[in-house]
Design a protein around this ligand. Structure first.
Ligand code: ZN
Ligand code: FE
Length: 258
């Protein structure tokens, strides 16, 4: 089993999972990198998975379907290029001999879903689109802070060794913001250096690990006093005892952070 982040556009990753049975891809915003990878390996494409409806995640779906005949699976509550199999919370897919569980994680978009596989060789896999990033989280385009925080809490409760496969290389800028929130977090400092080295040699910072994200990602740490204090310093009207209030302030702060 091989897990590959195929770079697309400026900072997207199209995740590809390969086994002797074939390949699957997640969020192909562009068909070309996927077709090239299939050609290199000679593997058939078994399925196209989609987490949400944004163009940088679905732009290559039609072309890939036409070129490969692969079936498309996507969120039941969003408009994905038809035809596709609609999925919602609790649904299970078996692909490449592995079980993938569907999780509803609204917030970035109203119907955003994730795929979780706890049987993958090398550790559980979480394919979560634009909801949880390494060191950060997606913008709230269609959801409320309460929805997004509930979705992030749900992802954060998955197994420690879960490999986080998100759809963008936003890690360095996320970590810059995270250090402004928690300047005294030693794990965050070490991880920032590690990621800076990876990027300096043009390597992806992903997948990340969930246990690590719980230590360094401020959006998973809104219940910590240091994080709540930082949110209050940004916006004194924040209720530091209310995680949703802290989360909402961090998200607003990140939107304007440079
Ligand atoms: Zn998106
Ligand atoms: Fe995106």
């Amino acid at each position: 089993m091989k897990l590959l982040p195929l770079p697309a556009f400026a900072d997207n990753y199209i995740w590809m999972l390969q086994s002797s049975q074939g390949a699957i891809v997640v969020d192909p915003g562009d068909a070309d990198p996927v077709l090239q990878a299939l050609q290199r390996t000679g593997l058939p494409l078994r399925a196209i998975l989609v987490t949400h409806h944004h163009g940088d995640h679905v732009g290559g779906v039609q072309a890939l379907r036409q070129a490969t005949g692969a079936n498309v699976f996507g969120p039941a509550r969003e408009a994905i290029p038809e035809p596709f199999t609609p999925l919602s919370d609790g649904d299970v897919l078996v692909l490449l001999g592995l079980r993938f569980q569907v999780l509803d994680i609204p917030g970035h978009t109203a119907g955003h879903i994730a795929f979780y596989c706890d049987q993958a060789p090398g550790g559980p896999l979480l394919l979560c689109g634009d909801t949880l990033f390494s060191g950060g989280c997606g913008r709230l385009f269609e959801g409320t802070p309460a929805q997004m925080l509930a979705s992030l809490d749900r992802l954060a409760a998955l197994a420690d060794d879960t490999r986080l496969c998100c759809a963008h290389e936003y890690t360095l800028s996320n970590l810059q913001f995270a250090r402004a929130i928690e300047p005294g977090n030693a794990a965050l400092q070490a991880y920032s250096q590690h990621c800076a080295q990876l990027r300096a040699s043009a390597r992806p910072t992903l997948p990340s690990q969930l246990a690590l994200e719980r230590q360094i990602n401020p959006f998973l740490r809104v219940r910590l006093p240091a994080v709540a204090r930082a949110a209050c310093a940004f916006d004194p009207s924040v209720d530091s005892a209310a995680p949703v209030s802290v989360f909402a302030a961090l998200r607003r702060w990140k939107n304007e952070f440079r």
